[in-house]
Write a protein that binds this ligand. Structure first.
Ligand SMILES: [Zn+2]
Ligand SMILES: [Zn+2]
Length: 356
């Protein structure tokens, strides 16, 4: 009798332990590698034995992409490849990924885009008898133990960035939002169609932190705990913009940037997310250092004020009115700023020649 009670007690303890272990048994691990590919985006996500790749950086990243997939991760198969949009800083290295790995499916928002880098990628896919699949907003696919929902594009825009695939990955209670280079019009589209779908723990910040993306209302809807920016050190676009950094800073977001942290690896067990980086920035504050504002603050006194300033909406540079860059600028690309502070606030950075 005593022996039976002892057995029953042991059985109950076992059952209790199993119950405690259930959440761990239900979820394995999701590992997100946000690769340092300089000015561009590339991410590889491993989830319960399945592999997804979202963008592959510029063509110059090809060797790095090939070696990361085959040597670092030791994989030869990609279940889902996403080309967020056809720009070369996103699809450039995807050809190398196709060379390195058998790939099951490629999602992209456009079948055709007149650019040699994209067309080479398309040809390589065709050689492998692969068709591009355009994901429909509102649909989802299973990926390991995770669920991937396509949130956009809803319609095609004239601006290629605004055709970016916006998707979220839900793994247990953790969530990740990828935005490609979506700019404010596409953000608005998702905000009005499905605002509740945006809230996520991790945000891959749109368009390398450019001020043409990440409106305050969009960031508030996502309300990320962690943000990732794929950006090259000293890039000529002035990415990430001071205005986006300020918004993230004011929202207390933990920010990781490939120019400062190198490759960033996130782990999720379905309930918590931990972060590992290839290197640490010189100081925690430097993560939010306003790329050009810091430079401008030290240089500010050396500049004499001009009557007004001319910004280029394409290059996001601003010039004094007499600078060759302003004189030769086509009228439709011009924006006028009354003060240099106004230009900096708007995310523009100073021309290296006229040093406004
Ligand atoms: Zn880009
Ligand atoms: Zn782009």
């Amino acid at each position: 009798m005593k022996r039976n009670i002892w057995k029953l007690k042991n059985l109950l303890i076992c059952c209790f332990c199993l119950l405690l272990m259930l959440p761990c048994l239900a979820f394995g691990e999701l590992e997100l590698h946000f690769l340092d590919v300089g000015q561009g985006d590339a991410a590889v996500i491993l989830c319960d034995g399945s592999v997804m790749m979202i963008d592959g950086g510029k063509p110059e990243s090809s060797q790095m992409i090939y070696s990361y997939l085959t040597n670092t991760l030791g994989i030869d198969h990609i279940d889902v490849m996403i080309a967020s949009h056809p720009h070369s800083d996103h699809v450039g290295g995807l050809s190398a990924a196709l060379n390195a790995c058998r790939t099951d499916v490629i999602y992209t928002p456009l079948y055709y885009y007149n650019d040699t880098v994209f067309l080479r990628f398309r040809d390589m896919a065709a050689e492998r008898n692969m068709n591009f699949v355009m994901p429909l907003a509102g649909t989802s696919i299973a990926f390991g133990g995770a669920n991937v929902s396509f949130l956009a594009p809803y319609k095609l825009y004239g601006d290629t960035n605004d055709n970016s695939i916006l998707l979220r990955i839900d793994y247990g209670t953790t969530s990740f939002l990828f935005t490609g280079d979506a700019e404010i019009p596409e953000e608005q589209e998702v905000l009005s169609a499905n605002p509740d779908a945006l809230r996520a723990d991790v945000l891959k910040v749109g368009h390398h932190g450019s001020s043409s993306s990440s409106s305050e209302v969009f960031l508030q809807a996502v309300h990320p705990k962690i943000a990732l920016i794929g950006v090259g050190a000293g890039n000529t676009y002035g990415h990430p913009s001071s205005s986006v950094l300020k918004l993230l800073h004011d929202m207390d977001v933990e920010l990781y940037r490939t120019d400062l942290h190198g490759t960033i690896i996130l782990h999720s067990d379905g309930s918590t997310i931990s972060v590992q980086t290839a290197r640490a920035p010189e100081s925690p504050e430097s993560v939010y250092t306003l790329t050009w504002a810091a430079f401008l603050e030290t240089e500010a006194d050396a500049h004499s004020a001009a009557a007004y300033y001319v910004g280029n909406i394409k290059s996001m540079k601003f010039h004094t009115p007499d600078c060759e860059g302003a004189v030769k600028m086509s009228q439709k690309n011009q924006i006028r700023f009354e003060t240099r502070e106004e230009a900096i606030q708007a995310g523009y950075f100073p021309c290296g020649t006229c040093k406004p």
